[in-house]
Design a protein around this ligand. Structure first.
Ligand SMILES: [Zn+2]
Length: 92
């Protein structure tokens, strides 16, 4: 998924602020799976709203969206490569 630095650049572009603490919290290596859990989005967004304000909560959600795009694009590319290889293999 995008590096924390890429998420920070996106936040700066959108808001003029880094929201480094938000991105580092989400991508903490020890807890990154539970912190990217979409079923906890309301709970975590609430925590960020309380701690840093509504814009920070929005940046948390957009971090998840950026990661989702990255992951799905990777899966799609792998699928396209496998399909192309399969068609070539069978001469189709
Ligand atoms: Zn992430």
């Amino acid at each position: 998924m995008p590096d924390v630095a890429v998420h920070i650049q996106s936040s700066v572009k959108r808001t003029g602020k880094e929201y480094r603490e938000v991105h580092e919290w989400i991508d903490n290596p020890a807890t990154k799976y539970e912190r990217h859990d979409f079923s906890k989005v309301l709970e975590n967004a609430g925590m960020f709203t309380e701690k840093y304000g509504a814009e920070a909560a929005q940046e948390y959600v957009l971090h998840l969206v950026e990661d989702m795009h990255c992951r799905f694009n990777k899966v799609l590319k792998e699928h396209q490569n496998l399909t192309a290889d399969c068609l070539k293999y069978f001469g189709a």
